[in-house]
Design a protein around this ligand. Structure first.
Ligand code: PLP
Length: 399
């Protein structure tokens, strides 16, 4: 189908103007239209090739259009697309088995996004506990739906949408503050082991251990949000594997579907039977096509060679980022990294995209986040560094 046919009567009318006219303006888009992708590369409608070090915000972790994901989707989409959760389908059951076996050994609830996975975790925690308070930490991001937003303690995101869901309590991400906040009213502590949206802040193992023992002491559930930091991003399938702390439940989404939307809540055995028939549900959740894609994506991501490479490439990128002009510090683990700049990050991101054809994003006024595909080779890491260097150097005098 040609681009013009797809745009119907609008013909060659400017897509950006059309978007402004018809799409609710809740996103600030950069002025590029992507039409095709392969591995770590994207192409715009004029045929320009870009190196993608953002992965659609940590979704296309195994590269765009991975042939095994594409084959699995093609096969499934021609066989059975949807029947609802009133019936059994094989891809969902196999995916649940593999997800549970890869992590907490309990059971899985499927959904369609990260925010929905947060909602499922909140419902699980409150169903398991006669109390109901959820403790979170500042800098967290758990999604935009009401429960998830209530767990995301950021004034600018929350204030316009009050009243929020009651019973959420955010504290500073320190062991002392967390231990102080958890008590007999706590149903769960919800944490991202590495905070992604606030700029890649790694929570210390000490904090995670404190959360674990506070939850144990008060019978609360420890839930890790691995929507962004999971699925191989930090060099192990799940980020918690490197922390020495095992949660009672974890949430995943983003990269789980290899590019298709799917989310999941995975529990430890102790919480596996908390949610009862009728407690929660979603029409599309665990659909055969998304689950077929996720089965392929999970299998590819579990490859120990791939995960080892994430660590190697992560070190290479981290070390070299520290040497770039205007970079004052680097944070993160594996291929989930951010650099702090002494110039405007949104400007650098724009120059990287438009002048250097490198896709990264800014999580704040001075923070550039890099989420490259886990399949990147040295050549792409070095290319990204050259391009970022050029985008940074072009800002001499921005200060
Ligand atoms: N949790 C974390 C850690 C995230 O980074 C995100 C999205 O960025 C979400 C939850 C929400 O996911 P979604 O946008 O799929 O609802």
């Amino acid at each position: 189908m040609s681009t013009d046919t797809r745009r119907g009567n609008e013909g060659a009318r400017d897509l950006h103007a059309l978007e402004r006219e018809h799409v609710i303006q809740s996103y600030a888009r950069l002025p590029v239209e992507f039409v095709r992708a392969d591995g770590p590369y994207l192409w715009d409608e004029q045929g320009n090739k870009y190196l993608d070090f953002l992965c659609g915000i940590s979704v296309t972790n195994i590269g765009h259009c991975h042939p095994r994901v594409v084959a699995a989707v093609r096969e499934q989409v021609g066989r059975l697309m949807h029947v609802s959760n009133l019936f059994y389908t094989e891809p969902a059951v196999l995916l649940a088995q593999r997800l549970a076996e890869s992590s907490l050994q309990g059971k899985v609830f499927f959904c369609n996004s990260g925010a929905e996975a947060t909602e499922a975790a909140i419902k699980l925690a409150r169903r398991a506990s006669p109390r109901g308070e959820i403790v979170t930490v500042h800098g967290a991001f758990h999604g935009r739906s009401y429960g998830a937003l209530s767990a995301t303690p950021e004034e600018a995101k929350q204030a316009p949408f009050e009243p929020l869901v009651p019973g959420f309590h955010a504290v500073d991400p320190t062991p002392e503050a967390l231990v102080h906040a958890v008590n007999r009213n706590t149903a769960a502590v919800l944490l991202e082991p590495i905070q992604g949206e606030s700029g890649v802040h790694v929570l210390s193992n000490e904090l995670l251990r404190a959360a674990r023992s506070a939850c144990d002491n008060h019978g609360a559930a420890l839930v890790f949000d691995e929507v962004q930091c999971g699925m191989g991003r930090t060099g192990t399938l799940w980020a918690y594997e490197q922390t020495g702390v095992v949660p009672d439940a974890l949430t995943t989404a983003k990269a789980l579907g290899g590019g298709l939307p799917i989310g999941a809540l995975v529990t430890a055995p102790r919480f596996a039977d908390v949610l009862q028939t009728g407690d929660h549900g979603s029409t599309f959740a665990g659909g055969p096509v998304a689950c077929a894609a996720a089965l392929a994506a999970l299998e590819i991501t579990q490859d120990p060679d791939l995960l080892a490479k994430v660590t190697d490439m992560g070190h290479r990128l981290y070390d070299e980022l520290e040497r770039l002009p205007h970079v004052t510090s680097v944070r993160g683990r594996g291929l989930m990294l951010a650099c702090e700049l002494d110039i405007s990050a949104p400007e650098v991101v724009r120059r990287a995209l438009l002048n250097e054809r490198l896709v990264v994003n800014a999580t704040g006024p001075t923070t550039v986040r890099l989420l490259p595909p886990l399949i990147v080779e040295e050549i792409e890491v070095d290319l990204a560094l050259q391009r970022l260097h050029a985008a940074l150097a072009a800002g001499e005098g921005d200060g």
